[in-house]
Write a protein that binds this ligand. Structure first.
Ligand code: THU
Length: 139
């Protein structure tokens, strides 16, 4: 469980992320981002970036989405898709990579779904954040 993701699941997640981007609150950057994650029990949770007049308080789509999942009781995530309608492809910022890493299955990974030319590209948090520091390092 959690060691693979199908192209169909990836496409479904990306569709959910694209829909979520419509709810982005981006009066300052005008750069909407949507995210959708797959929980270990295969439910989908979505989110979008939420900015603030005090700019540094703005929250990325990935962190909104992961926060929603964590607050609903999820502790590990199987995959997360991210999309920004204004650009062909967006990848999670460094801070969000660390937050994604926090919720990986011990011994597993988190699949990260990016927009691709014809179909979504499936990469992993290991690819995006090699030699990471995480919860296990504090045990
Ligand atoms: N942003 C995200 O939500 N996720 C990313 O992966 C990249 C950046 C947001 C933050 C800010 O609201 C806007 O995009 C411009 O940086």
């Amino acid at each position: 469980m959690g060691d693979t993701i199908s192209m169909e699941q990836a496409a479904l997640l990306m569709e959910a992320a694209r829909a979520a981007a419509n709810h982005a609150y981006v009066p300052y950057s005008h750069f909407p981002v949507g995210a959708a994650l797959l929980t270990m029990d295969d439910s989908i949770i979505t989110g979008a970036n939420v900015e603030n007049a005090s700019y540094p308080l703005s929250v990325c789509a990935e962190r909104v989405t992961i926060g929603t999942a964590a607050a609903a009781g999820h502790r590990h995530i199987k995959a997360i898709a991210v999309t920004a309608p204004r650009v062909p492809v967006v990848t999670p910022c460094g801070g969000c990579r660390q937050v994604i890493n926090e919720f990986r299955m011990p011994g597993g990974t988190v699949f990260v779904i990016l927009e691709g030319a014809d179909e979504p590209e499936i990469t992993t948090i290991d690819d995006l954040l090699p030699r990471s520091f995480g919860p296990r390092d504090l045990e």
